[in-house]
Design a protein around this ligand. Structure first.
Ligand SMILES: [Zn+2]
Length: 463
């Protein structure tokens, strides 16, 4: 099968140029002008951008909060229509099970034959027995070279104390495993939450009051010191505020292999959403909490200066009506997380590129190229180059629309970006050469996604 995409503007993380792209079976085999030959399909992309398929390094299809479970991989077509062709899922270790087995068992039951886009996994350590620390290097051999630790969520999941973080960092580094942290001070949040509830402040807005920027900054700084002590790289997921970003930037600028990501919602949604009446605020309960608008520019600057090297969705598909309402009488019981997998590229294009915050090449870098590098997937994913997987998005910059949940395939009863303007649209998407989105509609098959294993010693080891 040979498909020629003609006349589009190819955007990579370093430049853009008008060219034809030839796909043979699953790979990009030629890029140039006036490519001759016979083709099974020709797509004219004149006036449109040819972007690499997005790599969303932070999604949740398996997360559980107070017994509420998010939508699973059966909703992953929402990634494809949003221009994302590879997702990386966080799998919480099952108590009593190993890190690798927790991923493999989850994968076989819930991703293989179900996912609509390609997928990989991060391990999340939740049961830190001595033999589990010894198992960390096995993650590299299994093709899952990243591991997250929760510093937040006291009494809920295992929240990693300094002892666990330091040991994990020391063991992980020799195996090329990148340790990631959800950096918030669990004890401080617990104290603030109890105080707020005692004062009768039980509404969703209290979620933000109980997790101010300083609890994120403190944990970020502490994790950085521990990484420095262990002489190990560290990756800080979902940096949401200036204070935490300052810690990451300071560490990176002093020469330490430490970087972070932010998420689409922290760039455009502010904490006033949590105060929406009639419990609508619960739709915006995610951790870290949304911040005041002053933080937006700091985060965009963090992206352009490189201390934040990726923008993820932190997609977490809880329904509002049933699941978020578990916290109607106590904000602490509202499942943490919001959907957004489908909106990442549109939000970055509209509020990043169109507003002059980032260039198109920077967009490609933070939504595809560098996430692939961070996770050791850059041998086949994240850029438009000969030999790479033909994961390609054709983006039409001349459309305008209003984001609406009725256009979402995530299977959740709301969209946090509802009513916001979007400029441009994902017109076509190819997943390893197969057209899987056409005219903005999903035309692929459930189960077409395949497991992509990561190589150890990812980008954080090369800084
Ligand atoms: Zn997350």
């Amino acid at each position: 099968m040979r498909t020629l995409i003609k006349n589009g503007t190819v955007v990579t993380s370093s430049n853009e140029y008008v060219a034809d792209v030839l796909i043979k079976d699953e790979k990009i085999v030629q890029i140039g002008n006036n490519i001759d030959g016979t083709f099974d399909k020709i797509v004219d992309a004149k006036g449109k951008y040819i972007l690499p398929g997005g790599v969303d390094q932070h999604v949740h299809f398996s997360f559980e909060f107070n017994g509420a479970k998010v939508r699973g991989f059966e909703s992953s077509a929402s990634a494809a229509v949003g221009g994302t062709t590879t997702v990386i899922e966080f799998v919480n270790q099952v108590k009593g099970k190993g890190l690798v087995d927790s991923i493999e068992d989850y994968r076989k039951a819930n991703a293989d034959g179900i996912a609509s886009v390609d997928y990989s996994f991060h391990s999340v350590m939740t049961d830190p027995r001595p033999e589990v620390f010894e198992e960390i290097p096995e993650l590299a051999k299994a093709g899952y070279p990243t591991m997250k630790l929760f510093m937040a969520y006291k009494g809920m999941f295992f929240h990693a104390d300094d002892d666990a973080i330091l040991k994990a960092l020391m063991i992980a580094k020799d195996a090329g495993i990148t340790v990631m942290v959800h950096a918030e001070n669990a004890d401080a949040i617990d104290v603030l939450q109890k105080q707020l509830v005692a004062e009768g402040k039980i509404e969703p807005y209290s979620h933000a009051l109980s997790r101010p920027p300083i609890v994120e900054a403190e944990a970020t700084r502490r994790a950085i010191y521990l990484a420095e002590l262990a002489e190990a790289p560290l990756y800080v997921v979902h940096v949401s505020c200036k204070e935490a970003l300052d810690e990451v930037s300071k560490a990176f600028n002093s020469g330490l292999p430490i970087k972070g990501e932010t998420c689409s919602h922290y760039l455009v949604l502010d904490e006033s959403n949590l105060a929406k009446p009639n419990f609508e605020g619960a739709k915006y309960v995610c951790s870290p909490a949304l911040r005041t608008p002053e933080h937006f520019d700091a985060l965009w600057n963090g992206i352009t200066r490189g201390s934040l090297n990726a923008v993820s969705s932190d997609h977490c598909g809880f329904d509002w009506k049933e699941q978020k309402h578990m916290g109607k009488d106590d904000f602490r019981n509202i499942p943490n997380g919001a959907p957004g997998l489908q909106n990442r590229l549109g939000v970055l294009w509209t509020y990043g590129v169109e507003k002059g915050k980032i260039t198109r090449s920077q967009l490609v870098d933070i939504y595809a190229t560098t996430p692939a590098k961070n996770n050791g997937l850059d041998y086949c994913k994240g850029t438009i180059e000969i030999g790479y997987d033909a994961d390609i998005v054709i983006y039409d910059p001349n459309c305008k629309s209003i984001i609406s949940n009725k256009d979402s395939l995530h299977g959740v009863d709301y969209c946090p970006y509802e009513g916001m303007e979007q400029i441009g649209r994902v017109e076509k998407v190819f997943l390893r050469g197969n057209m899987t989105v056409d005219e903005g509609k999903f035309i692929g098959k459930e189960g077409q996604g395949k497991l992509i294993k990561g190589n150890p010693f990812g980008l954080m080891y090369k800084l």
